[in-house]
Design a protein around this ligand. Structure first.
Ligand code: FE2
Ligand code: FE2
Length: 159
């Protein structure tokens, strides 16, 4: 595999772990602010991001590339409010989607079909993640009251 493609793949592994760190930060914020359901939901989200990073790591290992882990960037620790957690999450996931799309294109350009196939899985995953967040935001916008927020927190707790 070309050096640039490998670098791009390693950067994405790092970004998945950074995503995990971001969701963990949101989870602790939610726990501290009295939203236990959201804390649990964000915790699961963080676990999913770790599994994404690992899926990408394992692929590179399978094709005998060395996986060098990079330092994780700092993430925000404070958030303006409940709704902002989900708006920021959606913004973040859109960034991830753009990066995955670019990786898919780069893999195809190199005719690396197994790698394109890997990112194809992530294209579907991103569609699901974005649509879940849009759904949460839409519901919250319908009932933007303390009661609406508490109901959403309960709902998220049952994930
Ligand atoms: Fe991810
Ligand atoms: Fe994600």
């Amino acid at each position: 595999m070309k050096k640039e493609l490998l670098e791009q793949a390693l950067d994405q592994i790092n970004f998945e772990f950074e995503s995990s760190y971001l969701y963990l930060s949101m989870s602790t914020w939610a726990a501290d602010n009295g939203y236990p359901g959201t804390a649990k939901w964000m915790d699961k989200q963080a676990e999913e991001e770790i599994s994404h990073g690992k899926k990408m790591m394992h692929f590179l290992q399978e094709v005998n590339e060395r996986v060098l882990l990079k330092p994780i960037a700092a993430v925000p620790t404070d958030f303006p409010g409940f709704m902002d957690l989900f708006k920021l999450s959606l913004e973040h996931e859109k960034k991830v989607t753009a990066r995955i799309n670019a990786l898919y294109e780069a893999a195809l350009a190199e005719k690396n079909y197994p790698m394109a196939n890997l990112y194809n899985w992530f294209i579907n995953e991103q569609l699901e993640e974005e649509s879940t967040l849009v759904d949460i935001i839409t519901r919250l916008e319908k009932v933007p009251t303390p009661i609406g927020i508490m109901m959403m927190d309960d709902r998220l707790g049952s994930r």
